[in-house]
Design a protein around this ligand. Structure first.
Ligand SMILES: Cc1cc2nc3c(=O)[nH]c(=O)nc-3n(C[C@H](O)[C@H](O)[C@H](O)COP(=O)(O)OP(=O)(O)OC[C@H]3O[C@@H](n4cnc5c(N)ncnc54)[C@H](O)[C@@H]3O)c2cc1C
Length: 478
């Protein structure tokens, strides 16, 4: 780092830490609970709309019962799909409360239930309508496709939903490159758009002039507007405003490269060290596949209008990340973000323990640079296979010296069966997390590294008395 560069210090970072962290943690928990209540209330409301419309009367006949259950399944399924879209819309209120990775985890968890509900919707409606008309379900579906407006679109939509959910299942997803899965996932939007017309044109539930129709329209439009705003407009504005360009690539270790970028108004991105952005490098061969990477250093300012530079550090894990080592200086970069809670915004305690492994060390490096703590109140634990894998080690050592943090560097092969996050040699001699950080139960614990490894650290932190609001980890697996 050039020592003449001046660091951007956001005003919020200058406030006394203790009260701010307790207060911000309580308010975050409250927002999380509120969002959960709102989400489940929306599903209940979707079904209540149907009951208010006299839907329960359908249960007077067997055919009517199938149709009624089909409608309820459709309403609940579609509501879950809209919730899934909102969870993936990068809405700051959601991201700031539950964190980006947990929002996406809920998004994934809703995938199968919503598909089952939509499948049940199609099957039950075909049975119910078919019984009423003396047709078998398959013939009824053919009649619906041919004669009922927008029903063919609805059937296409169901097919699209099935493809998206199946390609999202972990076992299937791992067989394809990230870029292929990403492209297939975009079909969700086509699936939702093709599902909407029949909801308003077929059946009397959302008939013109009813308040149910206005409510459903408002929910669909609000979801679409959130997606367009946060996934399209905000990234475009950020890209134009910050004018990021690659200035140079610096090899850090075999297969690991730091990418430095220059830009404008970078003071606005200060304080986000440890959070991640989605980066799209606008060069032939890379422009079409965006990748999430954390900042590995806080923005460094060196001129007027917030001019300065940013840095990310990338490990070559696949075809997409390998291409980044060959980026040419001057390559323009489009960004989305910052996202995630791997930052001071998640702090709830005065003490902090930062634990990183492999390339997960890089956001730890950025967080260490700026997150507030008194000397002696921070412990940094770095875990890697060999000395060569301690990326940015010199910088971390210097930051620990300067800020008064205790640093442990644990090198060595994994324990047999991966039952511990410690190297095999340390497992044999018996230290635990609390041996390195005796105050861990009263600290915020930030964990970043391979998922299986991170799980064992999280388990040990919980066992050492660390509460949920003190645990901060972010996953980049898709
Ligand atoms: C918040 C966050 C931010 C990230 N930011 C970036 C980024 O900026 N750039 C980037 O390229 N990637 C980033 N990642 C991706 C992620 O860290 C790696 O892709 C992934 O975890 C594999 O890392 P690796 O290959 O370096 O680790 P590996 O080389 O697989 O492992 C590193 C060390 O951990 C040990 N280890 C691994 N698994 C286990 C286990 N199960 N049990 C015990 N020890 C184990 C290994 O022996 C080794 O010593 C980020 C991830 C997270 C969660």
């Amino acid at each position: 780092m050039n020592p003449s560069l001046q660091m951007a210090v956001p005003a919020a970072a200058r406030r006394p830490p203790v009260e701010r962290f307790r207060g911000q943690s309580r308010s975050r928990m409250l927002r999380t609970d509120l969002l959960a209540v709102l989400a489940w209330a929306s599903v209940a409301l979707a079904v209540a709309l149907w009951l208010a419309d006299g839907g329960a009367a359908g249960f007077s006949t067997l055919a009517g019962s199938f149709t009624a259950l089909g409608i309820v399944a459709g309403l609940a399924g579609m509501d879950l799909v809209l919730l899934m879209l909102l969870l993936a819309a990068r809405i700051p209120l959601v991201d700031g409360a539950v964190g980006h990775d947990r929002a996406l985890e809920f998004h994934r968890k809703l995938g199968k239930p919503s598909l089952y509900l939509l499948l049940a919707h199609g099957i039950l409606i075909a049975i119910g309508y078919g019984m009423a008309e003396g047709l078998d379900p398959v013939s009824e579906l053919a009649v619906l496709w041919a004669l009922v407006p927008d029903m063919s679109l609805a059937i296409v939509s169901l097919g699209l939903f099935i493809s998206v959910v199946v390609t999202s299942l972990v076992a299937v997803r791992r067989r394809f490159p990230y870029e292929f899965w990403y492209a297939i996932h975009l079909l969700t939007y086509a699936a939702v758009l093709t599902a909407i017309p029949h909801q308003f044109s077929a059946g009397a539930h959302f008939a013109e002039g009813t308040w149910q129709r206005w409510y459903w329209l408002a929910v669909c439009i609000a979801t679409g507007a959130a997606l367009v705003h946060y996934r399209v407009l905000e990234p475009l504005v950020a890209t134009v405003r910050h004018q990021l360009k690659v200035s140079r690539t610096v090899p850090e270790a075999p297969g690991v490269v730091s990418i430095e970028l220059t830009g404008r108004h970078l003071d606005e991105l200060a304080g986000h060290g440890g959070r991640f952005f989605t980066w799209r490098f606008l060069s032939p061969g890379t422009w079409w596949h965006p990748h999430p990477f954390s900042l590995s250093a806080e923005p460094a300012l060196s001129g007027s209008s917030g001019r300065g530079r940013l840095r990310i550090t990338v490990r070559n894990l696949g075809h997409g990340s390998a291409q980044l080592a060959r980026l040419k200086p001057g390559t323009r970069v489009a960004i989305e973000g910052p996202y995630g809670l791997f930052s001071t915004a998640a702090r709830s305690r005065n003490r902090v323990v930062l634990i990183g492994a492999g390339i997960g060390i890089t956001p730890i490096r950025a967080l260490l640079e700026r997150t507030p703590f008194e000397p002696g109140n921070a412990t940094v634990i770095l875990r890697d296979h060999s000395e060569a894998e301690l990326y940015l080690g010199e910088e971390i050592l210097e930051l620990c010296r300067r800020r008064g943090a205790t640093l442990f560097h644990l090198t060595g092969v994994r324990s047999p069966g991966g039952q511990s996050w410690l190297p095999e040699s340390a497992v044999r001699s018996g230290p635990r997390l609390a041996s390195y950080a005796p105050d861990v139960a009263d600290a915020d614990v930030y964990i970043c590294g391979p998922s299986a490894w991170a799980r064992t650290v999280i388990g040990e932190a919980r066992a050492a008395g660390v509460r949920e609001e003190q645990l901060h980890y972010e996953r980049f697996d898709w």
